[in-house]
Design a protein. Structure first.
Length: 295
């Protein structure tokens, strides 16, 4: 909400634009559990870890930005709000993108298990793309997608070795091959292949299989994204193209103020911790407030 979350293996940073115009920054360490157990860094296992981390850090980031919004309105965010957001998000995601397509496919003539799984997968991709397209028409979501574009621009700027300022960031694309939206599209495609191995059992059995296999689908998708982002082999690079095309919907060209927020998040992520202990203030998680980045 009016901000950016960036992370590396050690910490996460959330930077949000306040209504007064300044930028609030929250920074905290990330759990080191995967680094303590070597098997969690093995292929497939690391994908499941990344999947769980993405969920927990994403929810935490949303809560941090929402807490700021409540704070500015003179209210306090109740823990029940968090529970409600998590429950609704999981129900929407699993129900809309996994259970609904397999339910709809149930009404088609059952020619073969392969055909039914393929139709279900195509329905899943159609529902997903329709969802992204429809929410991209909403004004508030367009601002979020503009921050998404700002995030990609500053990461491109950093990876190109350029000085981190608005003028340099403006020159880069809003599309990035390691985007989470690309990951979701790969999940849709991988699910078609994995679900096919389980045939076409009854409806409730399919529901259970889809839910139980979600971590496996995420793990395989993670490895594919990791592979395509590192390889220069042409055919494998083609796997990243659908995700880049999808970002025409999920990103927008940001304005200068949004780039300032993204740059502030990145600078804080790159900055070494100034204190040995992270803040444990649960009432006000904002470590500090910084002025808008000078350009």
């Amino acid at each position: 909400m009016e901000g950016i979350m960036l992370r590396n293996q050690e910490q996460m940073v959330v930077a949000c634009r306040k209504s007064q115009g300044d930028i609030a920054v929250h920074r905290e360490e990330i759990s080191t559990t995967p680094r303590r157990y070597s098997f969690l860094r093995w292929p497939l296992f690391r994908g499941i870890v990344a999947f769980v981390e993405a969920l927990t850090i994403g929810i935490k980031s949303l809560n941090i930005s929402a807490a700021l919004a409540f704070e500015e309105e003179g209210e306090e965010m109740h823990p029940l709000h968090t529970v409600f957001i998590i429950a609704m998000g999981l129900m929407l995601g699993i129900g809309l993108f996994f259970l609904l397509p397999t339910y709809l496919a149930n009404f088609l003539p059952e020619i073969s298990a392969l055909f039914s799984n393929l139709v279900e997968g195509l329905l899943r991709i159609f529902v997903f793309l329709s969802y992204i397209f429809l929410i991209s028409r909403w004004g508030e979501i367009q601002r979020i997608f503009a921050y998404h574009g700002a995030e990609h621009k500053v990461i491109h700027c950093f990876e190109a070795g350029k000085e981190l300022n608005v003028e340099n960031a403006l020159r880069f694309s809003t599309k990035h091959p390691r985007c989470g939206t690309s990951f979701l599209l790969v999940v849709m495609i991988v699910s078609i292949l994995l679900f096919t191995f389980f045939g076409w059992p009854g409806l409730w059995q399919r529901f259970l299989i889809r839910i139980c296999l979600l971590p496996v689908v995420a793990a395989v998708s993670y490895e594919l994204i990791r592979l395509t982002s590192k390889t220069s082999f042409g055919p494998l690079k083609l796997l990243s193209l659908p995700g880049l095309w999808l970002q025409h919907l999920s990103t927008r060209e940001p304005d200068r103020s949004q780039l300032e927020v993204a740059l502030e998040a990145l600078r804080n992520l790159l900055r070494k911790e100034e204190t040995s202990e992270p803040s444990h203030d649960t009432k006000n998680p904002w470590e500090k407030e910084s002025p808008g980045v000078a350009t």
